[in-house]
Ligand binder design. Structure first.
Ligand code: SF4
Length: 232
């Protein structure tokens, strides 16, 4: 794990950057080798205030891959994707959609937590286009290695990074779109957007819609996988 991140204030000056991701990718990539290489990535600024690289996790041959935006505060500290509040909501939604989370590979298009201080809190800051572009080779390599049958982008940052810059999640959620990345590719909202709903009624409705999106796209690969022992 890297040094603990600073809790307040901006770095006094721009942090030194390391080589681009393309220079770090191993010649004979495997998930473990790529994860190891990503741990030392310094290709764009967010690394300087994050605790560590948060790489994807899940079965090496997962049929479903879900890609979010970036790790959050909890993920940054713990070093695992989707383990904070949004991750717990995703767990519940997958359960309700009949999908075994243990069979889903989860990751993000940006591997370091970008944040700004607000009092003692670290507030999520959306990665900019250059940061998404700098980091994208890591997730592209994960997709190439795992070869999911179904790729689901969670939220606009992931969808626009992987499907197309003009993709609108609000209009095209829960539908398959043509893409060279996987046989089936779709997008829906990021679970953190449900947590931010203005009231309980809206949150419940958004959750129902999220579960319905997941159920619909998982149906594209047949019965959603549920039994880890039986399918691996
Ligand atoms: S955000 Fe991605 S490209 Fe930037 S330093 Fe972290 S791992 Fe490297």
């Amino acid at each position: 794990m890297a040094d603990r991140p600073p809790r307040s204030g901006k770095p006094a000056k721009a942090p030194p950057l390391g080589p681009p991701v393309s220079d770090l990718l191993p010649d004979r990539p495997s998930l473990s080798r790529v994860r190891e290489a990503a741990a030392g990535c310094r290709a764009c600024v967010p690394y300087a205030r994050a605790t560590q690289t948060v790489f994807g996790e899940g079965p090496r041959r997962a049929e479903i891959m879900m890609v979010g935006e970036q790790p959050g505060d909890v993920e940054d500290v713990e070093g695992h994707p989707f383990v904070g509040p949004a991750g717990r909501l995703l767990d519940r939604a997958l359960e309700q959609a009949g999908i075994d989370r243990r069979l889903v590979y989860v990751t993000n298009v940006v591997k370091h937590f970008k944040w700004e201080p607000r009092g003692k809190r670290r507030i999520h800051k959306r990665p900019d286009g250059a940061e998404v572009a700098a980091c994208r080779p890591w997730v592209e390599t994960e997709i190439a290695l795992v070869k999911p049958r179904l790729l689901v982008c969670l939220g606009a940052v992931a969808a626009q990074a992987l499907i197309g810059r003009t993709f609108k999640v609000s209009q095209e959620r829960g539908r398959f779109v043509p893409s060279p990345l996987a046989p089936l590719v779709a997008a829906t909202v990021h679970p953190s957007s449900i947590l931010r709903a203005r009231d309980d009624e809206t949150r419940r409705a958004e959750m129902d819609r999220f579960v319905e999106d997941l159920r619909t796209v998982a149906a594209g690969i047949g019965n959603p996988p549920r039994d880890p022992a039986g399918s691996r």
